[in-house]
Design a binder for this molecule. Structure first.
Ligand SMILES: Cc1cc2nc3c(=O)[nH]c(=O)nc-3n(C[C@H](O)[C@H](O)[C@H](O)COP(=O)(O)OP(=O)(O)OC[C@H]3O[C@@H](n4cnc5c(N)ncnc54)[C@H](O)[C@@H]3O)c2cc1C
Length: 419
């Protein structure tokens, strides 16, 4: 059903069709809302990697009536988190308590989750109007005053509300910071790079490892800690795939990643050289990966603001974080829910003051929490030293509770105001 655009139509432009942008296109669906997603890629080759939705985010997507669509994305629930050393000694075995947090931690193939969110954003069966997604639409400029968005081919889009969900190298972040006369904030290398591999588990049948130490059929995330290198791995796609991430300090890399790419190819021989002192069975798993991708871990400092006029940035554009807690995508889903919650009572087009007030509420509800999780993710990779990071005082167990007990932006803000 196409929207009947009238002067009373609330026109929302979302820049970026990644997890944050698509989740927001679902969350904001409603009567008399025209939602346009501008995505620079052709959306036909999402990168192969695993991505988890932690209970705080899984709870939210389950509330969006996406059960069937998400089921087709073949998520795998994680039941345990295990930490081993390189000798195979188990140091920690934490049972993940889905009941305690209201949802399980679910692991998806990034492509599957992306396709499911896209299907939901475009679905004619969910309430509200489906979004339109314009691909090959690279945004090169945004005027926060007039809310005019310029594409590389010169096309201009104008909306009542602009949402920048254009990832870590965000163009909209630059526009928002410039509009407030703030210094620009750029992604900074963190001194750590990561290898990313996906292995079909049918190739692991003959793996020579004690099943107590590692069993690829176990619904568990396993972290193997070396002195300064680590491997984290877990199953996805109903157990058909095992995803692995190897984190290595840059000075121990035997090859280099391209700073702005998620997909620099890595080389097996160099990977094996880097992990020469890890157990043979892990090195045997590495050998089964058809491709090896390499990416330099970058994040950004907490920003002075996420809003200017009627523009707001969300997701990695606002709070790109290291993957050490697996909260990157989950925090984006929380942003989408916050926008949904603070615009829930607008059935027609809100006036400019109402829009400004509501995005300010979103910022107030989300900023402190996202910045703290961002700082904690950085601290887990190495001590937080950079300016702009928030001081972290919680221990890891408290932080798991802090991350996962979240019950939505409105409740969160009320709790914050009451404390
Ligand atoms: C290809 C890829 C692979 C990733 N792999 C991992 C991983 O292995 N581990 C991990 O922890 N995180 C990974 N991430 C990041 C993770 O997906 C994000 O932290 C999380 O999902 C939040 O997403 P986001 O939507 O804010 O940003 P992103 O997922 O980066 O999405 C941003 C979207 O905006 C689009 N875009 C960017 N600039 C423009 C522009 N100027 N005009 C129009 N569109 C634009 C991009 O094409 C992209 O689709 C990856 C991201 C990408 C894009």
């Amino acid at each position: 059903m196409a929207i009947d655009a009238t002067t009373n139509t609330f026109r929302i432009i979302i820049v970026g069709g990644g997890i944050a942008g698509l989740a927001t296109a679902i969350a904001l669906r409603g009567p008399q809302r025209e939602i346009i997603v501008l995505e620079k890629s052709r959306m036909n080759k999402e990168v192969g990697a695993l991505l988890s939705l932690q209970p705080n985010a899984q709870k939210i997507v389950e509330q969006w009536n996406l059960k069937d669509i998400l089921q087709r994305a073949k998520p795998t629930a994680e039941r345990q988190f295990r930490i081993l050393d390189t000798s195979g000694k188990i140091h920690m075995n934490i049972d993940m308590d889905g009941e305690k947090y209201g949802a399980d931690r679910m692991v998806y193939h990034r492509q599957d989750l992306h396709s499911a969110l896209r299907e939901a954003a475009l679905s004619t069966e969910l309430p509200g109007y489906p979004a339109s997604i314009v691909t090959a639409a690279k945004v090169v400029g945004c005027d926060c005053e007039t809310r005019a968005i310029t594409l590389a081919d010169g096309t201009i889009y104008q909306g009542d509300l602009i949402i920048g969900a254009d990832g870590i190298h965000s163009v909209i972040r630059e526009a928002v910071l410039k509009a407030g006369n703030h210094e620009l904030v750029h992604p900074a290398p963190t001194g750590v790079s990561a290898y990313r591999l996906l292995v079909e588990t049918t190739n692991l049948a003959g793996l020579d490892v004690d099943k107590e130490v590692f069993d690829h059929t176990r619904q568990a995330t396993t972290l193997i800690m070396g002195h300064d290198r680590r491997v984290i791995m877990g199953p996805a796609r109903n157990g058909d795939l095992l995803g692995l991430v190897g984190m290595v300090p840059d000075e121990h890399m035997h090859e280099s990643s391209t700073p702005n790419s998620w997909t620099t190819p890595g080389h097996l021989s160099k990977l094996l050289q880097t992990y020469h002192d890890f157990p043979q069975w892990i090195r045997d798993i590495f050998k089964q990966a058809p491709d090896i991708a390499l990416w330099q871990l970058r994040d950004i400092d907490a920003l002075p603001t996420w809003i200017a006029g009627r523009c707001i940035i969300i997701g990695d554009a606002a709070h790109a974080m290291l993957p050490t807690q697996g909260q990157g995508a989950s925090q984006s889903i929380e942003d989408a829910e916050a926008l949904q919650a603070f615009f829930a009572d607008t059935t027609a087009k809100p006036n400019p003051q109402q829009i400004t007030r509501r995005i300010r509420k979103v910022f107030e509800a989300r900023y402190k929490r996202a910045s703290l999780i961002q700082a904690y993710s950085r601290q887990q990779a190495k001590p937080a030293t950079a300016k702009g990071s928030v001081k972290v005082t919680l221990n890891p167990a408290e932080f798991l509770d802090y991350n996962c007990k979240y019950e939505g932006a409105v409740k969160w803000l009320e709790q914050q105001e009451a404390s």
